[in-house]
Design a binder for this molecule. Structure first.
Ligand code: PBG
Length: 332
């Protein structure tokens, strides 16, 4: 006869008991806030598909960075919305370009309170919206392809300009082959030996990036399937992670998070460097939309979604709810 004295409910019997036996906890320092800075505005502009998230003006960024530091979160990840775009994304390598100006402002305001990180990718700066530069291709249905090697040249220049502006961590989100090696070599060569690389190792071509396109006024037509991973693949994420670590990544990322928890768990089990995950714009928008309709308990859904990402193995979570969560953690 089986024993009847084994009662898992014992450890669920009171809030204090449940708190004591919780296997996973969130801490404000585990959270990174992605932020948007838009050139040419004086007041912040709300992003309709991401209620509660806004594009900051360069001036408004100061207050927002202070609020983030006050909340005790681990870092911020800066994205820029430039006024002008062109085929090669020139604004990305202009030391006076909006992202690089914003980086200087953020570093100045943040001091030692949090880590200022920058998105290293061309899509916000190119008029075609791709993460790299294009070249004609007769074998492609679109008539062009994203040129891997030419894009690496641009990433190398971006890395140096961003490091010069004071970015403490470069978020390599473009999914070009060899990008980590090229950026690491450039940083070392220029003496930026302490600038960290966050490699978006397993980044999938995802419908969940939808609202982000509005957030950065993206001009993309088509999709990113020739460089971002296809969602059917799990094993391939290990190849991406191995390559990025071998090329000098300090941290690897899985993105999106919620629909890729299996990938995240695999990477967390195998990686020799920290593993982060990005809860993307569509994950945010879905919960906000359901909550606005009264179909879901907003706070509980937010907490559960982020806790699940940590439980699956993320050391740090990039989330648009970072400030709200940090605040809630402080009060709990
Ligand atoms: C590329 C980049 C994207 C996101 C972060 N970095 C867009 C894309 O790959 O299409 C999406 C983030 C989100 O949806 O929250 N620079």
């Amino acid at each position: 006869m089986s024993r009847r004295d084994i009662r898992p409910r014992r450890l669920r019997s009171s809030p204090a008991m449940r708190r004591l036996v919780a296997e996973t906890r969130l801490h404000p320092a585990d959270l990174v806030l992605p932020m948007f800075v838009r050139e040419g505005i004086t007041d912040s502009v709300p992003i309709a598909s991401m209620p509660g998230v806004e594009q900051h003006s360069l001036d408004g960024l100061r207050g927002a960075i202070n609020a983030a530091a006050e909340a005790g979160i681990g870092g911020v990840m800066l994205f820029a919305v430039p006024l002008e775009k062109d085929a090669t994304g020139s604004g990305a390598t202009d030391p006076k370009g909006i992202l690089n100006l914003a980086t200087r402002v953020a570093v100045e305001e943040a001091g030692d309170a949090l880590v200022v990180q920058t998105d290293l990718c061309l899509d916000e700066f190119t008029d075609h919206g791709h993460c790299g530069v294009l070249r004609p291709s007769s074998s492609s249905a679109t008539g062009y392809e994203v040129d891997n090697e030419a894009t690496l040249e641009r990433y190398r220049d971006m890395a140096l300009v961003q490091a010069e502006a004071g970015s403490q961590m470069l978020g390599l989100s473009g999914m070009m082959d060899g990008q980590t090696a090229v950026v690491r070599e450039a940083l070392e060569g220029a003496g930026f030996v302490d600038t960290a690389i966050l490699a978006y190792a397993a980044k999938y071509a995802s419908a969940y990036y939808g609202p982000f396109r509005e957030a950065v006024n993206s001009s993309l037509v088509g999709d990113r399937r020739t460089y971002q991973m296809q969602s059917a693949n799990r094993r391939e994420s290990m190849l991406e992670v191995d390559v990025d670590i071998a090329e000098g990544a300090d941290i690897v990322m899985v993105k999106p998070a919620g629909s890729y928890l299996d990938v995240l768990a695999d990477v967390a089990a195998a990686s020799t460097v920290p593993v982060w995950a990005y809860q993307v714009s569509g994950e945010y928008a879905m919960i906000e939309a359901a909550a606005a309709n009264g179909w879901i308990d907003r706070e509980r859904a937010i907490d559960e979604s982020v806790l699940a990402i940590k439980r699956a193995g993320a050391d740090v979570v990039l989330t648009y709810w970072a400030l709200e969560l940090a605040e809630r953690l402080r009060l709990s």
